[in-house]
Design a protein around this ligand. Structure first.
Ligand code: UDP
Ligand code: MG
Length: 238
């Protein structure tokens, strides 16, 4: 059962992409027949992203926005989106049009039986360096967290809202959302999705930055998995 979908989109300097993204999302969302909102989280963009969000919100009251005072990173933007979203289902995606909202109807078929439907960019449209970096990243991550997730970095995800809100996010942890949700009891599935080259604006990450941060974060996530409380109550009268 789905009552309302919240699209949560982190945005850092994506002015050329926002109107197109809005059009693509509304086209798909209107065909789904669920109530929905589109929540843009502006991570202190220095271009016109915020004024475009405001323009869209004036035209369409399903468009919501939060704007940060200073750049806090993608995890913080997602976290703020999760906490402020009013849907019981959250769909995340990047603002750069690399994800394709037309994959959503197919992904939603798995939602319900699964609490996390994670996209898998099997035909990834990025530079060679990025693709290799991501392959190594996924391999090391899976190895050290005992996971089998092929593409944890795919931003297109469908998430059960009450479960994702229980996760305490820290900087960098957006790369581990499926694992962290599994710790909360979520059932996770990966579904093949389309991926497109970035046509406007620039990637905000380099391989080196991602590798350095990712490795450091991996220590924390590995610790969380090991130290996770696995309480099984035998009896109680409370
Ligand atoms: N982003 C953000 N804050 C940041 C960096 C990125 O909100 O500090 C957003 C960005 O606008 C995009 C998404 O996070 O919507 C992913 O960033 P990007 O597309 O640059 O990453 P890539 O696809 O290159 O890994
Ligand atoms: Mg991108």
């Amino acid at each position: 059962m789905i009552n309302k979908i919240s699209f949560v989109i982190p945005v850092y300097n994506e002015e050329e992409n926002l109107k197109r993204l809005y059009n693509e999302i509304t086209e798909v969302a209107n065909s789904l027949k669920y109530d929905y909102e589109i929540l843009f989280v502006d991570d202190a963009s220095t271009d016109n992203s915020l004024s475009i969000m405001k323009e869209l919100a004036d035209l369409d009251d399903r468009v919501k926005y939060i704007s940060f005072e200073k750049n806090c990173g993608q995890s913080a933007a997602l976290y703020a989106g999760f906490q402020n979203a009013r849907g019981d289902v959250i769909i995340t995606m990047d603002a750069d049009l690399q994800n394709d909202p037309r994959d959503i109807p197919k992904m939603l078929e798995y939602y319900g039986e699964y609490d996390v439907v994670n996209g898998w960019r099997y035909n990834r449209q990025d530079t060679w360096a990025k693709k290799i970096g991501s392959k190594i990243g996924n391999f090391v991550r899976n190895w050290l967290t005992n996971e089998t997730i092929k593409d944890t970095g795919c931003a297109l995800k469908i998430l059960r809202a009450d479960m994702v809100r229980r996760i305490k996010m820290y900087r960098g942890l957006h790369r581990f959302i499926p694992t962290l949700m599994r710790l909360e009891g979520a059932k996770v599935i990966e579904v093949k999705v389309n991926h497109r080259p970035r046509a406007f604006g620039q990637s905000k990450y380099t391989n080196l930055k991602r590798a350095k941060e990712g490795l450091y974060d991996l220590i924390a996530v590995r610790w969380m998995i090991k130290r996770h409380l696995k309480i099984k109550v035998k009896e109680k009268n409370v």
